[in-house]
Design a protein around this ligand. Structure first.
Ligand SMILES: [Zn+2]
Length: 198
């Protein structure tokens, strides 16, 4: 079982957040994180974003996906409205950065994001949001508004002991490179994206 390993306040461009690292042991160099806005009211439904790591999008501002912009939008929203980002170390829908770059290489040959994973013998999406539920329980959160377009994340919450008060869409307009990727997310994974915005 994971537990709190360390916590501190971190000022950011989006305001100040309490950052907490969770892992099974303190030697874990890739702990999951909870990033909590200062003005969070735990007596009301808490705004929550489950965000899976994407080094290409968040650190290097890749245009292939919208993860970096989604994280920025979530931090801005949560700074303004209170809430928690649960940052999960599930790079590349949990296939890791090496496999993600292999999949990108296949995409250069014309495969889409799902076909590339399958050709590598990997699942289309191997993420598990159960640990996000564990973290909410450790933080004693009972009721949430979930910032997501992903029905799979909604399902994890509705099947847990956490009460889902509402879903808040978090849609980023596509660029010319990310448009096909977002279409695949909508068509294959059933993401709740507005047609007019793809
Ligand atoms: Zn990404």
């Amino acid at each position: 079982m994971i537990k709190t390993q360390a916590e501190a306040n971190v000022p950011t461009e989006h305001g100040s957040f309490r950052m907490i690292a969770f892992s099974e042991n303190e030697n874990d160099w890739m702990p999951h994180m909870a990033i909590i806005a200062e003005n969070t009211d735990f007596s009301k439904p808490v705004n929550v974003r489950f965000h899976s790591e994407c080094i290409t999008g968040e650190v290097f501002h890749s245009k292939k996906c919208e993860c970096g912009q989604q994280l920025d939008a979530a931090m801005k929203y949560i700074h303004e409205n209170g809430g928690i980002i649960i940052y999960l170390r599930q790079e590349g829908r949990n296939i890791g950065i090496i496999n993600k770059l292999k999949a990108y290489s296949l995409q250069e040959k014309g495969l889409d994001t799902v076909e590339a994973n399958l050709q590598l013998g990997l699942p289309a999406d191997d993420r598990n949001f159960g640990v996000a539920i564990d973290i909410l329980n450790l933080l004693e959160v009972k009721e949430i508004n979930l910032l997501t377009n992903n029905p799979e994340k909604v399902k994890y919450v509705t099947e847990s002991n956490i009460h889902l008060n509402s879903r808040v869409p978090l849609q980023i307009p596509p660029n010319d490179i990310s448009r096909d990727y977002l279409k695949t997310k909508k068509d294959y994974f059933g993401h709740l994206l507005d047609d007019n915005d793809i």
